[in-house]
Design a protein around this ligand. Structure first.
Ligand SMILES: Cc1ncc(COP(=O)(O)O)c(C=O)c1O
Length: 408
């Protein structure tokens, strides 16, 4: 049994994670989807349960993944090009829908070029590989997503070439900029647009201004990068995300098609020069099969819908449901972090109570996520709710009623 010894060690590793409270629970398996009907949004069935669940934990903010136009576009692309690309992009794995999606996401966000990846995670890793050299200094927000932190490690950024500032603290960011070692030629400020555990946003307007202030101190300047995975499609007046909401234009955006757009895949959006460097240097792009043509065709359709009146109507319903939910939480005396994003945290500030409340919601047919230490600092234990455009006012009331019932 060649794996016998390794298996034993790995079981010990997982046991340690469990003891530290860092192990993931077993995964629930969705086995059925029940479309919206009678004033009720979609429901889901889980294996080994007859209950119909309302999802308050999906990133699919515009609720587009069952949209007939997306399904139709994916179907058509599959019939034309097949279910998989058959090769990486530079070995004739590039199909018309790949290029169409790159043009679409670039123009939607108002930039001149884009490169798509099979996820935003690999897009962040690819970006770090493409734009960093040994004279590059990275500055990031303390609460940046795991993919950014991992990207720094994969790109081999030395410890001395990076700094972290306290969450959204512009004084600390300024200090980091002032303290960049004198031999650095390029500085990159990287931040999430929306912080996924909290639903708050980075002040991109202030970040871009600070970057401009320090730009001429470095040979290649100060470049701003925003990972707007939770902003694109769901935030700002027309869904153009955190840059639209803050009125700022970061130099580079990384984003996903797997959240508001309801599909899958990631992208880097920037100048043609950055994008060509990504194509040439980002290993996670070069050596990995791209998205299927079906994913790309569906994502193009999702962006088209977001651009037209239907998308605006969906955003409007999303905003109305967010306001209803936030007001309801406040009326019930629950603590949250204010803001108009569909991520609505309920701060419980106690591990046992968080688990109890998640279980109470589950018993009432509601799926939500509890975040406890070490995912969040002790004392910040939270239930993360995510509102979607397909939620009805009855759905939101159902969640509020269940939360009210938890107080009895
Ligand atoms: C801020 C942020 N960046 C990147 C990702 C990764 O996105 P994807 O699922 O497309 O890899 C996520 C997903 O949770 C995220 O929240």
């Amino acid at each position: 049994m060649p794996l016998e010894k390794l298996n034993h060690m790995l079981v010990n590793d997982v046991e340690s994670l469990k003891k530290e409270g860092r192990a993931k629970s077993p995964e629930r398996i969705i086995v059925d989807f029940i479309p919206a009907r009678n004033g009720r949004g979609p429901r889901y069935k889980l294996r080994n349960s007859t209950q119909e669940f309302l999802r308050m934990n999906s990133n699919s903010y515009l609720s587009l993944s069952h949209h007939p136009e997306l399904v139709g576009a994916a179907d058509e692309a599959t019939h034309l090009f097949g279910v998989g690309p058959g090769a990486v992009r530079f070995i004739d794995g590039t199909y018309h829908p790949h290029v169409e999606l790159e043009n679409k996401i670039a123009s939607f966000l108002g930039y001149s070029a884009a490169k798509i990846f099979n996820s935003a995670y690999t897009a962040n890793c690819g970006l770090a590989l493409a734009i960093s050299n040994d004279k590059t200094y990275w500055i990031g927000d303390q609460l940046n997503h795991n993919s950014i932190i991992r990207a720094m490690r994969i790109a081999g950024i030395p410890r001395d070439n990076k700094a972290i500032y306290k969450h959204n603290d512009m004084d600390e960011l300024k200090k980091c900029l002032e303290e960049v070692p004198g031999d650095m030629e390029r500085v990159i400020i990287i931040t999430d647009g929306i912080f996924s555990m909290r639903g708050d946003y980075a002040p991109l307007d202030k970040i871009v201004k600070l970057a401009e202030q320090f730009h001429d101190n470095f040979a290649d300047g100060v470049i701003t990068v925003t990972d707007d995975c939770h902003g694109t499609g769901a935030y700002g007046e027309t869904g153009r995300g955190t840059p639209e909401f803050t009125g700022a234009r970061p130099d580079i955006i990384t984003t996903t098609f797997g959240k508001a757009f309801g599909v899958n895949g990631g992208a880097i959006v920037a100048s043609p020069e950055v994008i060509e460097a990504v194509r040439q240097k980002a290993d996670t792009y070069i050596y990995s099969n791209p998205l299927s043509p079906a994913d790309c065709a569906a994502a193009v359709k999702a962006i088209e819908i977001t651009e037209r009146q239907e998308g605006k109507d969906r955003l409007k319903n999303l905003q109305d449901r967010i306001s209803q939910f936030r007001q309801g939480l406040e009326d019930l005396g629950f603590e949250s972090i204010p803001g108009p994003h569909p991520v609505v945290p309920l701060l419980v500030r106690d591990t046992a109570k968080t688990h109890q409340l998640v279980q109470h919601l589950f018993d009432n047919g509601i799926l939500a996520v509890g975040l406890t230490f070490p995912v969040v600092p002790r004392g910040d234990e939270t239930i993360r709710f995510q509102v979607n455009a397909a939620h009805t006012s009855g759905d939101i009331q159902q969640v509020l009623d269940a939360l009210a019932g938890s107080k009895n």
